[in-house]
Design a protein around this ligand. Sequence first.
Ligand code: FAD
Length: 511
Amino acid sequence: MYTDAIDLPDHSRFDVDLAIIGSGPAGITLARAFANRSTQVCLIEAGGLAYDARVQSLYEGESAGIPYPIAGNRMRLFGGSSNHWGGFCRPLDPIDFEKRDWVPFSGWPFGIEELMPYYEPASVLVEIAPGRFNDKTYWEHATGETIPDPVTGRMQLRYTHFSPPTRFGQRYGDDLKRAANVRVLYNANVTNIASLQEGRAVQQLDIRTLTGLSHSVRARIYVLATGGLENARTLLLSNKSVPAGLGNQHDLVGRFFMEHPHLSGFGEIVVADLRRRPRAFTRRVEADGRAATAAFNPSEAFLRERRLLNATFLAGEAGPYYGYTRSDWAKAPLHMDMLRAARPFLADGSGPVDSARPDLLGEWLGLGCACEQVPNPDSRVTLAGERDLLGLPKIRLDWRLTEQDRRSVVEHMRSLAMEYGALGIGRMLLGVEDDGQWPAEVTGGAHHMGTTRMHDDPKQGVVDRNCRVHGVDNLYVAGSSVFTTGGAANPTLTVVALALRLADHLKTRLG
Ligand SMILES: Cc1cc2nc3c(=O)[nH]c(=O)nc-3n(C[C@H](O)[C@H](O)[C@H](O)COP(=O)(O)OP(=O)(O)OC[C@H]3O[C@@H](n4cnc5c(N)ncnc54)[C@H](O)[C@@H]3O)c2cc1C
């Protein structure tokens, strides 16, 4: 059932078993897991069923650290940021869950085996081919090409899968509409999580509309699923009975904000022998109606040996080289020199690499990477002085990166260059100065992680291994804000897997 909070009489109240705040992939996955059961569910969404600029403005904030598009990197409407996401999917790697002595604050309370049973149903929900992330044979069979194994020991191949991308609101909205036990309450901004007993139990959710109405929802169990930035803001705003904010007794809410620092244009690869470069290295290839591309990741052995952070490297075709250079390519003469150096047979005319394209000499690849960053307590979300249209303090984000993060990615770039050379595919031109500075073009990937991190010790994490807020009996958090470390995989597949795991836990608790 769908209910528009704007159409309700002022001061309406709903009493349910389970209240879920936020209808992104996390909230919808959770609500759907309870559809057509005896549990009464209210899924509360701040936005409407379509984009509205006034609603979206409630996401604006202040960026105090590395410049960050705080409103532009998320969406406030039914379906959340899945209305906008790119659909890149991959599970975290086993090493990402470990306590690594060279990564401060690392170590999830459990290993990847805890999430493995949930990655498969999560893959179904995001509509990708299940379980083919490391399976070179499957993609060789699908593409009819040989995919070489990395040879330096530094890199390994992983397959990034592409969701269509699934828009969770459109794709699963009807399932929720049909379920008699689920109410979707939209245009309903949760402005305060009201608590009792000095924050030890949630009493109700205070809700406001942009038209000035106030409502409330009471439940036995509450789940905060408002996205990796807003989860922290909502807890900090819920400060009526606990001045520091709900769950913030150890000043951890909002700290440890992590992104996947993205760099592009840090290097180019001049492919000298197209026969050695499988399509999957640079393009989306298809099998059974699903698409994937090969990514280079540092091998686990190399990460351990050199005490580095995880990373993902993707390449794409930037242009072909023909038997002449085009004057509008500023870099073409340099590339052609590299190409000649890499392919001595060009000079003696021993033949083209592609018999169907005799004028084609090679190819120029652009590179992109998304890296892990060290959890850093000073990289954080707080409340700003300025207020939003509801009169609430806006979010303030101070995203910070460290020298350890930078050194790690520079080393991986060198490894990638070695790997392409060793595979005999081409030569890599590294465009990053190793000068102790992060390049100005570092951006995020709209991946908001760590602000309500998971840890068994309440002094080191906001939520426990079941995603329950430490010290609050009936409040849970869903989404990438619970990630203890971020790995180098896009987060949403793991967000959905964690939401399915949380649903199982709550089913036991709610009966
Ligand atoms: C441009 C872009 C590209 C992306 N590409 C990828 C990708 O390729 N791969 C990948 O894995 N991830 C990608 N992401 C990230 C992905 O979208 C998120 O990981 C995912 O949406 C998180 O799901 P969520 O349910 O935790 O939060 P969200 O999707 O952010 O949903 C939160 C919901 O809570 C609602 N809400 C917020 N505050 C309140 C409140 N106070 N009261 C009630 N409701 C509230 C919001 O309106 C929203 O609907 C991308 C994101 C963007 C923006």
